[in-house]
Design a protein around this ligand. Structure first.
Ligand SMILES: Cc1cc2nc3c(=O)[nH]c(=O)nc-3n(C[C@H](O)[C@H](O)[C@H](O)COP(=O)(O)OP(=O)(O)OC[C@H]3O[C@@H](n4cnc5c(N)ncnc54)[C@H](O)[C@@H]3O)c2cc1C
Length: 382
């Protein structure tokens, strides 16, 4: 039997999990090649800590070089296209033929979708998080507006987490009463996946910390000179510091390969992550997986990782023979509250009828677990 060629596009949560698992399960005659434009990857879950000075970039990064030591072939290259009929991927410096393909290229940001977004702050990438951290060093008075531009976006709790960390930072600095914090979101309620009652409690909890949440608001434009942000609803508000969650989209080569549907994301079988093309899978943020309530599964690293592992096990089972597994949609996400505490959202996101998801009370334990997760990620344990 000739060796199979498995190509994995993207070395983030989903792609790295798929590469490691495949290399463990497949004998050496089969090749596992991972492609990413950057060798060093960053743990986005730690970016909210970076903006308040609790982390340095080195402490929240790891190198894909560690996978080479485990027998994965790593190609540092720009992915430019996928030819599904020829079963070939075009790279900036060559091409790769595949028998199996795992698309794990995540979401990219469209900074032009909202006029003025480029001039605003953000924390959704290492570069933007660093410059927000620098701007916050001298911030002592005024209004901070954090606005989610559109749905879907990565890690639904992240804007609230950032708001709570800013609250804690400014209180520590002794200037909290001079600063207003507002969060705007297109969602009808914050963390609505946890159910109407818990979501209302969370909104009230944020209000008790002086964080006002405005729902059903999508950003229309930002006027950096006039310091005003306008929303699709016609509402507007002035700001001294504007922080956006940018518009997310799939990479151009994913769209031009014909892999996406009207949502702009790759539809997959929710149990197997298979696309409609034989031997072609997609995992993580690049996908759209419907939950029972009609909304898409949240874009989160824990799902991307679990999906990457599952697809790897199933490809190995197809190549070697063996049992197939099904993705259950079980997951969790930490929500740091600042002041040494955190909480956890966890549950069964693909449960029949409704997602069954809870938000725990904040505690020191969950903050420690998030720190442990970060350490495990850096040590390649997750
Ligand atoms: C501020 C913030 C906080 C978050 N907090 C959490 C959290 O607490 N818990 C959680 O579970 N999730 C969290 N997330 C979400 C999590 O980071 C993502 O859901 C996860 O990274 C998705 O994994 P992925 O493998 O699908 O894509 P990614 O991790 O984004 O990886 C995609 C990879 O593809 C590569 N790539 C893309 N296009 C190309 C190309 N053309 N050529 C070459 N390489 C390419 C990229 O370089 C990248 O390395 C957070 C995200 C943010 C922004």
């Amino acid at each position: 039997m000739p060796g199979k060629r498995v190509v994995i596009l993207g070395g983030g949560f989903g792609g790295a999990a798929a590469a490691r698992t495949l290399r463990k399960l497949l004998p050496a005659e089969h090749t596992v090649t991972l492609v990413d434009r950057q060798r060093r990857t960053y743990l986005c879950g730690s970016l909210p800590w970076l903006i308040v000075g609790e982390r340095q970039p080195e402490k929240i990064s790891r190198s894909l070089g560690a996978l080479i030591q485990r027998g994965v072939a790593y190609a540092e290259a720009e992915i430019e296209g996928i030819d599904l009929s020829e079963r070939r991927v075009a790279l900036g410096n060559g091409a790769l033929d595949f028998d199996y393909l795992v698309v794990a290229t995540g979401a990219e940001y469209d900074w032009n979708a909202v006029p003025g977004a480029r001039q605003a702050h953000s924390f959704y990438s290492l570069g933007t998080a660093r410059s927000l951290r620098d701007a916050l060093r001298s911030f002592r008075k005024g209004r901070i507006v954090i606005a989610v531009s559109r749905l879907p976006y990565k890690c639904p709790p992240a804007p609230y987490e950032a708001a709570m960390l800013l609250d804690a930072l400014l209180a520590h600095r002794g200037v909290r009463s001079d600063v207003d914090i507002h969060v705007f979101t297109p969602e009808p309620a914050p963390l609505r996946i946890t159910g109407p009652e818990r979501s209302a409690q969370f909104k009230a909890y944020l209000a008790s910390r002086g964080i006002t949440v405005h729902n059903n608001e999508s950003v229309k434009e930002i006027d950096p000179d006039g310091r005003q942000v306008r929303f699709q609803s016609g509402e507007s508000i002035g700001f001294d510091l504007m922080v956006t969650v940018p518009v997310h989209r799939s990479a151009p080569f994913v769209r031009s390969a014909g892999l996406v549907n009207d949502s702009g994301w790759v539809p997959v079988d929710s149990a197997t992550l298979a696309t409609k093309h034989a031997g072609v899978y997609a995992v993580g943020d690049v996908t759209t997986v419907p939950m029972a309530n009609g909304n898409p599964l949240p874009k989160a690293g824990v799902f991307a990782g679990a999906e990457g592992e599952l697809v790897a096990r199933n490809i190995a089972a197809e190549v070697m023979g063996g049992e197939r597994s099904r993705f259950a949609g079980e997951g969790y996400c930490f929500v740091d509250h600042g002041k040494g505490k955190g909480a956890l959202i966890r549950g069964s996101f693909l449960a029949a009828g409704q997602p069954q998801v809870e938000l725990t009370a904040p505690s020191v334990q969950w903050r420690r677990r998030k720190e442990q997760f970060e350490a495990d990620w850096r040590a390649w344990k997750v």
